[in-house]
Every structure is written in structure tokens, then in C-alpha cells.
Design a protein around this ligand. Structure first.
Ligand code: PLP
Length: 398
């Protein structure tokens, strides 16, 4: 539903916004916590009103797949945090990604996307070739590559920055400018950065989206997706794939995301600080190859990261050189969790080439720069000293 962003709200600090965004005390008997509306059916009070709500001529609720007040509250919150006119919530990040793509790319259309990005999104782009939507994959660290790969039928420039798992940085403003020149829509996956660190819509992107399973939820206890943008664009997704394919968020899950977001600023501040310290410590360890972290001056796009991010995020890529070393590392850590997600309060490690990115071909992994020994580390909010002790003992034993 449409977010009403008061000037008063947008002038407040983001740290205040995450606590109070979307608040409407005139609703829900003044509940401070948004109630969970688990009803899938909403009764109408009279014929004209019911027909108008059902036909989207009047705001309101009528059927679970098409929204409820808890989902609506989450959509207002993500719109406010991303400084958007409107937001939309889904059952997963992939449902949000599919919703955006299937709205704006039709048979015969073309997408330009990073060659190094979340592998299931890459695989979705491959899958869509069966339906006549093609994709070109480019080195997204140079914005001009988007222009070079554009064809007359290009509809979408896909951005994921920092990227999964190498935390590569794409210059959001530069890609958005090229897209505007060419009349192409831009979509930015903002999962790794979160609106605390980076707000792509303010840099000219049309749609920004998240796997809310990650930092927005923040506690590894839900699966969800959200997107935000201009009302006209979000409405097309809402009344298109969101309604037709039915990947809607459950109200209980929407409530959990709302609760997670209240502490987003606090958590991101700690994720940023812990990741910086751990990445820095690892750079001097003899058993570690390249450490990928956009906060370092040695990172190839550090200047771009500095210009578009408030902090550099909680994700680090660590090259341990061989698959055997990567396996040894995940077997040796004691405090860090060996698992496949990211963005939670706990530190999670995984050997990317052997797991999430095993689903793309070896050639694609090579082009993306994902080596066999790569560890993707999602740094949590534990004590940084405890984390450094654990990571050091694990690397020492490789
Ligand atoms: N985008 C990024 C950057 C991701 O890392 C992920 C999942 O890991 C997704 C999207 C997909 O989100 P979900 O797993 O919630 O469908």
C-alpha cells in the first residue's frame, strides 16, 4: 500500500526511522506493536464499498493473497526506509526478484546482469530463456559494460551491490544514468547493504529489493522478500506477478520482519564494525589469500563504495586458496556457524564455490572470480574479540 512519508519523518535520523517507520497509532487500538492479522478473508459492510475494495477502486482488504494490515505495515516501513513511494512484500527474496523481472521483461526482451551475483538469480535468468527472455552477464564493476551489453530490446539493468559472494561494487549512479539515457529500467538488489548502508532509489534506480530473510529480518528465523519504488511501478508488480503467481508473505512472517527492522540500525552498525576488524585481521594472516572487503583502499571499487555507502557492510569474501582449506576451515570453527544463509545476528561461514555457487557452471564461477577456496563470511554481532579468537584458531589449523 502507498506509503505516506511525512517531511517530518524523512528529516529524522535513519536510526529513529527504523524504530518508528510506518507507525500509525490511530489504527489498531493504539497498539505499539503492529498486530498480526491472520485472517485470509475480510468482510464488507455494504455492496458499493465491497465492490470498490474488491476492484481496487478504494483502499481496503478483502483476501489474504492480496494483502492485510500487517503486510501493509511492513510495506509502509520498507517504503519509508528506502525513501520510496510504495513497497511490496513477498514470501521470499526470490519471489520479489521474480515479481520484478516478470513484470518488466516479456518474451523477446533482454536483461543485462552482473556475472558475479547471487547464483539463484543467475539461474533464474537462465531459466527465463525458455520463456523468450534472454540475459547478458557482464563485469558489473565497470558501469560502461552495461552500455556495451545493451541491445535494442534491453528492458532491465540488474544491479547487485555489494555482490554475493565477492562483495564486488557496482557504481549505482553511473548505471542508473546510462539506463536513463537508453530508456532501460534499473533494479538493484540491496540485500547485502540494507537501506542503513545504501539507498539505491536516491541514486536513480527504479526498483530496489531485498531478501528480507537476511539483514532486515536479522535473526535467521524467517523467509521473506520486499521491494520498493515509485507507486506506478510497484502497482504493476502488485497487480501482475504478485497477484497472479501468489508469492505473498504470511502475516506472521511480515510481523517478524517488522520486529527485526526495529533494531536494523543497531545491528548494522555492529555488523559494519565487526566485519571491518575481522577482514583487517585476516589480511595479515599467512594462510589467507585475498580478503574481499569494500572498506579497504585496496578493494578495486573502494572509492565508489565510499561514495554510495554509509558503512561497508557485514559480508567478507576470504580466499583460502584450495577447496580442501575451505572445508577444513568450516570444520574447525567453533563459534562461527557453518550454514548457508547470511545477515543474521550470528556469524555464518560457507564455502561458496562448493555450496551456493555450485549451482552455476565452473566456467561461470571462473568468470565471476569465485575460487574453490572462497569462504563467504557473514559477520554477526557477537564480541569481535571472541570472533577473532575463533577464526584465528580455525585458520591456524589449515
Ligand atoms: N538476493 C541475494 C543477494 C541473496 O543473497 C539471496 C539469498 O541468499 C536472495 C536474493 C534470495 O533470497 P531468498 O533466499 O529470501 O529467496
Amino acid at each position: 500500500m502507498l506509503a505516506i512519508i511525512s517531511t517530518e519523518m524523512t528529516n529524522k535520523s535513519f536510526d529513529t526511522d527504523v524504530v518508528h517507520a510506518g507507525e500509525d497509532r490511530s489504527q489498531h487500538y493504539g497498539s505499539v506493536s503492529t498486530p498480526i492479522y491472520s485472517s485470509s478473508v475480510f468482510a464488507f459492510s455494504d455492496a458499493d464499498e465491497g465492490i470498490a475494495i474488491h476492484n481496487f477502486e478504494k483502499p481496503g482488504y478483502f483476501y489474504g493473497r492480496l494483502g492485510n494490515p500487517t503486510q501493509d505495515a511492513l510495506e509502509r516501513v520498507i517504503a519509508e526506509l528506502e525513501r520510496a513511494e510504495d513497497g511490496l512484500a513477498f514470501a521470499s527474496g526470490m519471489a520479489a526478484i521474480s515479481g520484478a523481472i516478470l513484470t518488466f521483461a516479456k518474451q523477446g526482451d533482454h536483461i543485462v546482469a552482473p556475472e558475479s551475483m547471487y547464483s539463484t538469480a543467475t539461474n533464474l535468468f537462465h531459466y527465463l530463456s525458455d520463456f523468450g527472455v534472454t540475459a547478458s552477464f557482464v563485469d558489473a564493476t565497470d558501469a560502461e559494460n552495461y552500455r556495451r551489453a545493451a541491445e535494442p530490446n534491453t528492458r532491465i539493468f540488474w544491479i547487485e551491490t555489494p555482490s554475493n559472494p565477492l562483495v564486488q561494487i557496482t557504481d549505482i549512479r553511473a548505471v542508473a544514468n546510462i539506463a536513463r539515457e537508453l530508456g532501460v529500467l534499473t533494479v538493484a538488489d540491496n540485500t547485502f547493504a540494507t537501506p542503513y548502508n545504501q539507498r539505491p532509489l536516491e541514486m536513480g534506480v527504479d526498483i530496489t529489493l531485498h531478501s528480507a530473510t537476511k539483514y532486515l529480518g536479522g535473526h535467521s528465523d524467517l523467509t521473506a522478500g520486499v521491494l520498493a519504488g515509485k507507486k506506478e511501478l510497484v502497482d504493476q508488480i502488485r497487480h501482475g506477478p504478485s497477484k497472479l503467481l501468489g508469492g505473498n508473505i504470511a502475516p506472521q512472517v511480515a510481523w517478524l520482519v517488522l520486529r527485526g527492522i526495529k533494531t536494523l540500525a543497531l545491528r548494522m552498525e555492529r555488523h559494519n564494525a565487526n566485519a571491518y576488524a575481522i577482514a583487517y585481521m585476516l589480511t595479515s594472516h599467512p594462510k589467507v589469500g585475498t580478503v574481499y572487503y569494500p572498506g579497504f583502499e585496496s578493494h578495486s571499487n573502494h572509492e565508489v563504495a565510499k561514495a554510495q555507502m554509509k558503512g561497508f557492510g557485514g559480508m567478507i569474501g576470504i580466499d583460502l586458496r584450495t577447496a580442501a582449506a575451505a572445508k577444513e576451515f568450516v570444520n574447525r570453527v567453533k563459534l562461527c556457524t557453518f550454514a548457508t544463509s547470511l545477515g543474521g545476528v550470528e556469524t555464518i561461514v560457507q564455502p561458496s564455490a562448493l555450496m551456493t555457487h555450485a549451482t552455476i557452471s565452473a566456467d561461470e564461477r571462473e568468470a565471476a572470480g569465485i575460487s574453490e577456496g572462497l569462504i563467504r563470511m557473514s559477520v554477526g554481532i557477537e564480541s569481535v574479540n571472541d570472533l577473532i579468537t575463533d577464526i584465528t584458531q580455525a585458520v591456524d589449523q589449515i
